[in-house]
Design a protein around this ligand. Structure first.
Ligand SMILES: *Cc1c(COP(=O)(O)O)cnc(C)c1O
Length: 366
């Protein structure tokens, strides 16, 4: 079976250095917010080129803590896309703000800037751009829009480790970027982990307090924070795995380029490719088809796993009761949710695996 992730097959040198990291932490006597966290924050800052990095418990908290640090809360609106991991929207609701959904561009699955403009109101405090599937696109237009409206630009980078535009790593365009290191992400821990990246030291200092009960010095609390500390084991593992990330990203892009060149079918469409190679981390490779169920079962019969990202757009989730949306509706997001299918795209795939996936898709419906 050609699987959606290759998590059980780390390259041997990587699993050796991960094992060393685990030993190192186990005998260090430091387990939460210690020198390994400091080291990872510094390495990730150098790697992204974003000045401040604060390790937190997960990607959801990275978004929520960053927004709390900006003072966003009840009465405020935050515009985002309904075609994202639910955590993006949950973070907005958790801090007491109201999500406002803009529609997507059907060619990319990314939030439409025209729809976001139609969704603005006097209460809009921020826009959360999600680099869906790893695609970083037209960030200058988002920066300009947010500047002219005097609102915050926030980046959900949970799927886009390694993706840049004009040489700037994602997370470097907005007031802050939120990363997840959930095991299946392009850089994954051996459990939950996340980070806030920002150029603003006021924000990084605030997130540092908020991740640890809102305390400055031990037992002195200046804010009502939460417990979202990064632990030493995850930080040490991430520091080791970071050394492989660039080569893994190159491999993902190579696989994606083969899919883009070789998938030729009347019933299966690929999404719009990135303008530049660096613009996409290919966390997921997504196709669209009118006969998704049939395609998924055809693939499975041919030994190829697939998944749907995402079958239910956020505004259709029963947990989301209060929201606003683009007055023209969210038709593209709803259509994408019905037609999208993610096919295997990860560094554990061999060239043969990729050929098998291509053949299975091109055979479909012919
Ligand atoms: C995974 C993900 C998150 C949430 O990250 P967790 O670490 O699982 O909390 C947020 N946004 C997007 C786009 C994601 O893919």
């Amino acid at each position: 079976m050609i699987r959606m992730t290759g998590l059980d097959a780390m390259p041997i040198p990587m699993s050796e250095s991960v094992a060393c990291a685990l030993d190192r932490v186990a005998s260090s006597g430091n387990f939460v917010l210690g020198p390994e966290v400091d080291r990872f924050e510094e390495l990730f800052s150098t790697w992204t080129g974003v000045r401040r990095v604060v390790g937190v418990g997960n990607g959801l908290d990275a978004l929520a803590l960053g927004m709390l640090a900006l003072g966003i809360g009840p009465g405020d609106e935050v515009i985002t896309t309904p075609m994202t991991a639910f955590a993006t929207v949950l973070a907005i609701v958790r801090i007491g703000a109201t999500p406002v959904f803009a529609d997507i561009d059907i060619q990319t699955g990314l939030m439409s800037i025209q729809s976001a403009q139609r969704s603005l109101s006097k209460r809009t405090k921020a826009i959360v751009v999600v680099h869906l599937y790893g695609h970083v696109k037209e960030m200058k237009t988002w920066v300009d829009l947010c500047e002219s409206e005097a609102i915050f630009l926030i980046e959900d980078c949970a799927q886009a480790h390694g993706a840049r535009e004009d040489g700037i790593h994602c997370g470097g365009f907005g007031i802050f970027g939120a990363f997840s290191f959930y095991p299946t992400k392009n850089l994954g821990a051996l459990g939950d982990a996340g980070a806030v990246v920002t150029g603003e030291s006021a924000i990084s200092e605030s997130v540092k307090r908020l991740r640890n009960y809102g305390q400055t010095d031990r037992y002195h609390h200046v804010a009502l924070g939460l417990n979202s500390r990064l632990d030493e084991i995850q930080a040490a593992v991430l520091s080791e795995k970071l050394r492989w990330l660039d080569s893994f990203t190159i491999r993902r892009r190579h696989i994606a380029e083969r899919y883009l060149n070789e998938i030729r079918s009347n019933s299966v469409e690929t999404l719009m490719p990135p303008l530049q190679r660096e613009n996409h981390s290919f966390h997921l490779f997504v196709v669209r088809t009118h006969s998704r169920e049939d395609l998924a079962s055809h693939l499975l019969k041919n030994g190829v796993e697939s998944l749907i990202h995402y079958p239910v757009p956020a505004h259709k989730q029963s947990a989301i009761k209060e929201f606003r949306a683009d007055p023209r509706g969210l038709a593209n997001a709803e259509r994408h949710a019905e037609e999208c299918l993610s096919i295997p795209c990860h560094p554990g795939l061999s060239d043969d695996d990729v050929s098998r996936v291509v053949r299975a898709i091109n055979d479909f419906g012919s």
